[in-house]
Design a protein around this ligand. Structure first.
Ligand code: SF4
Length: 465
């Protein structure tokens, strides 16, 4: 569920980037990489409609160059893209130069969609011997990519000790073993890699999240894309700390904690953390997809809240938090969707809020039932949330919406901690099914197309990039 990548969108930036890398692998396997004469990319459906604002073309070019979204220096993006544009040449896999004009060779098919998923892209390749073929990939949300004709269910050859498709399955294993959700997840993860590696990866995920929060709180200016949205994390951070000086993340943390536990102070900080991450995301910064990029601020904001204001600053607690959150996200992915192009914003902010709510509840000492109840409450109050980003940019309403998702997660967690789940009328599986039904009924105008909602009611004039 958590992937280190680059903003602004998991389905429209990270997914297409990974699709381009998979396409290079496919060329390599067919012994065709060095024989490529030309490549043309076709973007369909939602990828075409909001691809410009989401940096889809940028991601595809960097992917075709063989760059890794986990490690690529985000400050080098503009230079690399400028170079391709200027030289009209792209070095595929970093080795083989081909002629490439991004304006002509990446085509946005605004009125065409492929039936399997709204986020589709096709690579048309011509080899030096005149032979040509095409491969189609789908960016199905959260940075996950499926090649046409292949399954989206991952590695089925691994037998998990606790197979889980639904919240009921998860609860069954928790009740049977007495284990917490995070312990069940850790056992399952150990089927893929040794436990210390899973722990190390979780801590690495948190390192990237906290660096992103810290960077976002200390970067001022205007976000790219033409909307002229001013970054707010910087000023809010400065105001809350009353210009106190500190030198690094740890001393910054101490300053925040020293400010006390006043309700509005905490509320402001949760907003500040979420704004900071999503302003980084909107600026092509390094973020953790959680479970998507548009919603990348919710989980870090709630975890940072837990660390700052609930005494959660231990590696063990952070790992526990992330493991629980990931399982809830995975259940949503299996039972509904984490793609806004399929389900609107309920699939992004709603799911991230549910993930954070369950994780916070378990971390705060809640039972397994209370954790699942918290996830249910968080999603219940995001049902029907549409996706209508202005100008196709992941800025309005996306950035502020992360603050709402974080606060709802904290409220849902607190409600669940104060409740008896046995009396709950709505189950987590029930709300996931409802979310999916709502997604199916939702008009495509509200599914990451920028054809409805705020996107058409707020006039803007964006220059072509
Ligand atoms: S409105 Fe929600 S789903 Fe749509 S791009 Fe923004 S954060 Fe993502």
């Amino acid at each position: 569920m958590f992937k280190i990548g680059i903003g602004p969108s998991s389905s429209h930036t990270l997914g297409p980037w990974k699709a381009a890398l998979q396409f290079l692998d496919s060329l390599e396997q067919g012994n065709n990489l060095k024989k490529v004469h030309s490549i043309k990319v076709l973007l369909y459906g939602s990828l075409a409609k909001t691809g410009v604002g989401h940096g889809t073309a940028v991601a595809i070019q960097l992917g075709l160059c063989g760059e890794d979204p986990v490690t690529f220096d985000v400050t080098a993006i503009d230079k690399s893209i400028f170079q391709i544009k200027q030289t009209q040449q792209l070095i595929i896999a970093g080795k083989y130069p081909i002629d490439f004009n991004p304006v002509d060779d990446i085509e946005f098919l605004f009125t065409e969609s492929l039936p399997f998923h709204p986020n589709a892209l096709t690579f048309l390749v011509q080899l030096q011997n005149g032979e040509s073929f095409a491969e189609t990939y789908y960016s199905i949300g959260g940075g996950f990519v499926v090649k046409e004709g292949e399954t989206s269910h991952g590695n089925n050859s691994v037998v998990l000790p606790f197979p889980i498709n639904t919240a009921k399955d998860l609860l069954h294993w928790c009740m049977k073993t007495g284990m917490m959700i995070s312990e069940i997840v850790l056992e399952n993860e150990s089927s893929w890699r040794p436990e210390p590696d899973t722990r190390k990866q979780a801590i690495n995920i948190w390192r990237v999240m906290k660096e992103c929060i810290y960077r976002g709180c200390h970067t001022q200016g205007v976000l790219p894309g033409g909307l002229n949205v001013k970054r707010r994390g910087f000023n809010l951070n400065r105001r809350l700390l009353k210009d106190t000086t500190y030198t690094d993340y740890e001393s910054w943390l101490s300053c925040i904690k020293a400010g006390g536990n006043n309700f509005t102070y905490i509320l402001d900080w949760v907003s500040c953390f979420a704004l900071a991450v999503n302003e980084e995301n909107a600026s092509f910064g390094r973020v953790v997809t959680a479970p998507t990029n548009g919603a990348a601020g919710v989980i870090p904001a709630v975890l940072q809240y837990y660390i700052c204001f609930c005494d959660g600053n231990s590696e063990e607690k952070i790992i526990q938090f992330l493991l629980t959150a990931s399982e809830v996200g995975s259940i949503f992915k299996k039972g509904a969707t984490i793609s806004a192009a399929m389900g609107g914003c309920q699939a992004e902010i709603g799911v991230s809020s549910a993930m954070a709510a369950a994780a916070l509840t378990e971390a705060m000492g809640g039972s397994q039932r209370q954790a699942l109840m918290a996830a249910e409450i968080a999603m219940e109050h995001h049902l029907g949330l549409t996706c209508d980003p202005i100008g196709g940019l992941v800025q309005i309403p996306c950035i502020e919406r992360n603050t709402m998702g974080a606060i709802k997660a904290i409220t849902a967690s607190q409600l669940a901690l104060q409740s008896q789940p046995d009396f709950a009328k709505v189950s987590l599986d029930g709300v996931i099914k409802t979310m999916w039904d709502t997604a199916l009924d939702m008009n495509s105008k509200y599914k990451e197309t920028s054809d409805g909602g705020l996107a058409i009611h707020i006039p803007i004039s964006l220059s072509e990039c």
